[in-house]
Design a protein around this ligand. Structure first.
Ligand code: C2E
Ligand code: MG
Ligand code: MG
Length: 876
């Protein structure tokens, strides 16, 4: 198509060029013709000028007084004037003067031999001239027609009437002057007109030598009218001809010459050069245009390819791309990914408002074209689906349109994952912040929440109370009835606490049976007491768990913000101290913190520090309290009792430091030290060859929890080469109940080694007699409380009797603790108690006294009570 258009354009151009060339050539031809005509004009003028001179001369001589006189007087005037020399000077070849009637008055002419001949005029001439003279007055011909053809020659003439010099008195006589047009004249005309013409006389084309048909035609026809010049092109030359007419208007010959066609040649050259240049320029232009076009086409193709490539890329993108008008925010283009997501085609989307497709997108920002910002938005699909996207903006404006490109990355999966993760975090946080059993917030939650609450209260006059709540003897219930039972109890208790306090108050489980309640809406300190009372009462109501009805109680310690503390830690600490006091005061009640409570606690802490330092030093030592056979009075064993002599505080009773050691875990180290000291002592006594008795060590529940306790004992025995039968163990009821199976295993190991195991302080704990049946034990130590009352209360006596009888049935021996009087001793013996210890015999002995007792008592047997007592006293 393009080629066709180009070819047509080229053809038109070529045709234009050719026609233009022709026009140009015609123009040059015309100029040439004009030039030829101008040359002809020149020749004509030169000829006319020649004839004019003759006219002037004729008038000069005719209109003179002398010529006038001659007509009247016939003097010699002409003879004198028109002498030979004068005729030469005037270049006149003929003079004729006629009278009014045409009769010759005078004539002079040159003959063929150029001689001057005077009157009469030769007949051939006079005939012609007289004919002319006869109609001379009517002769109105052009000056160039004052010609007469005579005898193959051409005569130019003019005539004037003879008058006076003032033109008066016309005579009717006429003066003729004639000049032969010969070589000289012709040459003069040639010189003047600058044309090298030839004169040819004749009345037919052949006679004048015209061969060209057109020229001959002109000669015969046109020249008769106005076309007195003719030019034709002959053999590449231009032939120009001027027709000559005589006075009778008859053609008598031509002036003919050839003109070189220099203008035509120049025209040709110019045209050829011009056309050549134009064609060359045209060709160059065509070539340039072609190259330009090809380049343009290549560029366009390349641009199209690039555009296509980018379009393909954009459509193959998984990201949603949309192009909108920046001003109107109407959608102009969208890629396949977006259409797919929205579930529509491009036509439906075109000119839609951006806001209808992208939800939550700040449209002002789109207009402002904020680069580098990632917007969170949602695509609203046709089916109602919402797709989370992250949108970035960029400008794609061109010269015509101000456009913005929005690129939306589908972040649905990520968002879902984030939501899941957030859910998960919430769940984890809930798990982390809540207690799985009761569903209450836990310690972690409280530790985070309470500081915030306090923060909010600071600067206000509002109060806040923190209650530390502890289920009394929960551990025993848990141990005796099992964990599932204990769990149910805690759940019920938690529920009761929750209902006992306000909706906005916090009830948190701190672990075990410890709860913390934070009450916020309190008017005064009395309100604190009311809340505490409500909780105490709530705890007391009977519970039914697994068809068992039981009553529990709770101890509560409270601390009030900002009265007792202003930060979380201290508030909790003070509430805990108050709880401790409540427990100490007999449980089942509450205590509100006071400053002196804190003092007690700090003493306790000081003691704990001192104890930590004292363990392993000489401050700690062991004393031995003898255990006597109540029937025989024989020394049956010692009980090893640890002693602490503080350098400043003096002797500190175990009742003060053992609980601290147990609570802090220091009891493990302390217990091991005592055991080592006892075994070492036994080794010494054995090495001294003394008769040994078993030495009982007190084992705390925490020690029993160590699964390697039996191994430790075996190893120590081995180390000091002491037989296990010389070491026995006293354990408390609670220790037995706790972690029943493991403890039973350890106890069994002790017995397998040959040691004896005794239950200490029997009757104070929750152990039932049924428990004892399955325990690998050897004896029971009846608590001092019962012994003290044995002589007074019949009820206690009943218990002791029951215990002794039951023990006997179970093949266990009994040891009475704290025998202080002989009455007690007597009663116990009566009741059948096997052994006993107490101040009645002796308090715990220093090791050297115990040793002396071994040395001396070894041989005494079967002593009466009194004697035994005495002996003992003596020994000590
Ligand atoms: P326990 O095992 O029941 O020890 C008997 C306690 O009764 C001893 O108190 C002893 O001095 C005291 N006692 C003995 N006869 C009489 C008496 O006639 N009247 C009175 N009122 N008391 C008497 P102690 O030495 O103060 O020890 C108290 C408790 O400390 C012990 O009770 C025992 O539970 C614990 N304990 C002592 N030493 C150790 C030890 O090395 N390890 C462990 N785990 N606990 C120990
Ligand atoms: Mg004991
Ligand atoms: Mg005891």
């Amino acid at each position: 198509m393009l080629l066709i258009v180009s070819a047509i354009a080229l053809l038109i151009c070529m045709a234009t060029v050719v026609i233009g060339g022709q026009q140009l050539m015609r123009r040059f031809d015309y100029i040439e013709q004009e030039q030829a005509l101008a040359a002809a004009d020149h020749v004509q003028h030169a000829l006319t000028a020649e004839l004019n001179q003759l006219t002037l001369d004729a008038h000069h001589f005719a209109e003179s007084d002398m010529a006038h006189d001659f007509v009247h007087r016939r003097n010699d005037y002409p003879k004198n004037v028109f002498r030979h020399e004068a005729m030469d000077t005037l270049q006149v070849d003929l003079v004729l003067i006629t009278d009014r009637d045409g009769n010759e008055l005078y004539s002079a002419y040159r003959d063929d031999a150029h001689r001057r001949v005077e009157t009469p005029l030769k007949s051939s001439l006079s005939e012609v001239l007289l004919r002319v003279r006869n109609r001379f007055t009517a002769l109105q011909v052009r000056p160039e027609q004052h010609l007469i053809s005579i005898n193959d020659g051409l005569l130019a003439f003019d005539a004037a009437e003879i008058t006076r010099s003032d033109h008066s008195m016309p005579t009717g006589a006429v003066l003729f002057l004639g000049r032969y047009i010969e070589a000289d004249e012709l040459q003069r005309i040639r010189d003047i007109s600058q044309s090298s013409f030839d004169l040819a006389l004749g009345t037919t084309p052949v006679e004048v030598g015209i061969t060209d048909r057109a020229m001959a035609q002109w000669f015969l026809n046109d020249s008769k009218r106005d076309n007195r010049y003719a030019q034709v092109i002959n053999d590449g030359e231009m032939v120009i001809a001027i027709a000559l007419y005589d006075v009778d208007d008859r053609i008598i010959g031509v002036l003919q010459w050839q003109s070189p066609r220099s203008i035509a040649a120049l025209g040709w050259n110019t045209t050829v050069t011009l056309l050549g240049t134009i064609i060359s320029l045209l060709l160059v232009a065509i070539v340039i245009a072609g190259v330009f076009f090809i380049r343009l086409q290549t560029t366009a193709l390349r641009r199209y390819d690039v555009q296509q490539r980018y379009t393909n890329i954009i459509h193959s993108l998984d990201e949603s791309v949309v192009i909108v008008d920046r001003k109107t925010l109407q959608i102009k283009e969208a890629n396949a990914a977006l259409l797919r997501r929205l579930g529509c085609n491009e036509g439906e989307l075109r000119d839609c408002a951006l806001g209808e497709v992208f939800n939550n997108l700040p449209l002002e920002d789109v207009r402002a074209l904020r680069h580098g910002v990632v917007y969170e938005s949602q695509l609203l699909a046709r089916d109602g689906k919402v797709i989370d996207v992250e949108v970035t903006l960029s400008s794609v404006s061109d010269q015509q349109d101000d456009l913005v490109c929005l690129l939306g990355r589908d972040v649905t999966t990520r968002k879902r994952a984030e939501r899941d993760a957030a859910d998960h975090r919430r769940k984890l946080s809930r798990l982390a912040n809540h207690d799985a059993l009761t569903g209450l917030p836990n310690r972690l939650f409280l530790n985070a929440k309470l500081p915030r609450l306090l923060n909010r209260l600071s600067g206000t006059h509002r109060m806040l109370a923190v209650f530390y709540v502890d289920v009394d003897h929960f551990k025993d219930v848990n141990d005796s009835r099992g964990h599932p039972f204990g769990d149910k109890l805690l759940k019920i208790f938690a529920q009761r606490l929750r209902t006992a306090v306000g909706l906005h108050d916090i009830v948190a489980r701190m672990g075990g049976d410890e709860f913390v309640v934070v009450a916020t809406s309190l008017g005064n300190t009395q309100a604190v007491e009311l809340v505490a009372q409500r909780m105490v009462l709530a705890a007391q109501a009977p519970m039914i768990i697994d068809d068992v009805t039981l009553s529990i109680s709770a101890s509560i310690g409270a601390a009030v913000y900002p009265v007792h503390a202003i930060n979380t830690e201290t508030l909790l600490k003070h509430a805990d101290i108050a709880l401790y006091q409540a427990k100490h005061a007999g449980r089942n009640g509450y205590k509100i913190f006071s400053a002196d409570m804190n003092l007690e606690l700090s003493e306790k802490l000081a003691l704990e520090q001192a104890l930590r330092r004292a363990i392993g030093t000489e401050e700690m030592f062991v004393e031995y309290q003898p255990v006597m056979d109540l029937r025989t009075g024989a020394l049956r064993s010692f009980e090893a009792l640890v002693r602490w002599r503080h350098p400043e505080m003096g002797l500190i009773p175990p009742a003060r430091f053992i609980p601290i050691a147990e609570k802090s875990g220091m009891i493990l180290a302390l217990g091991e030290n005592v055991m080592r000291a006892v075994i070492k002592q036994l080794q010494q006594w054995r090495l001294l060859g003394l008769p040994l008795v078993p030495v009982a060590v007190n084992i705390s529940p925490l020690q029993l929890q160590r699964t390697d306790l039996a191994d430790l004992v075996a190893q120590l025995m081995n180390e000091f080469s002491v037989e296990s039968r010389w070491l026995s163990f006293e354990i408390t009821e609670s220790a037995v109940i706790h972690d029943y199976r493991e403890v039973v295993k350890t106890l069994q190991k002790f017995r397998d080694l040959g040691s004896k195991v005794l239950i200490d302080d029997f009757g104070t704990g929750f152990a039932t007699l049924g428990h004892l049946k399955n325990l690998p034990i050897d004896g029971i130590k009846i608590d001092r409380g019962f012994v003290a009352e044995v002589t007074k209360k019949s009820s206690d006596r009943v218990i002791i009797t029951g215990v002794i009888n039951m023990a006997r049935e179970l093949k266990l021996y009994t040891v009475a603790e704290g025998i202080e009087t002989s009455e007690q001793l007597a009663k116990l013996r009566e009741l059948g108690c096997d052994q006993g210890q107490g101040y009645y015999f002796t308090s715990a002995l220093a090791k050297k006294d115990a040793q002396r007792m071994l040395e001396q008592l070894g041989g005494f047997k079967d002593l009466t009570d009194t004697v035994k007592h005495r002996v003992l006293r003596r020994v000590v």
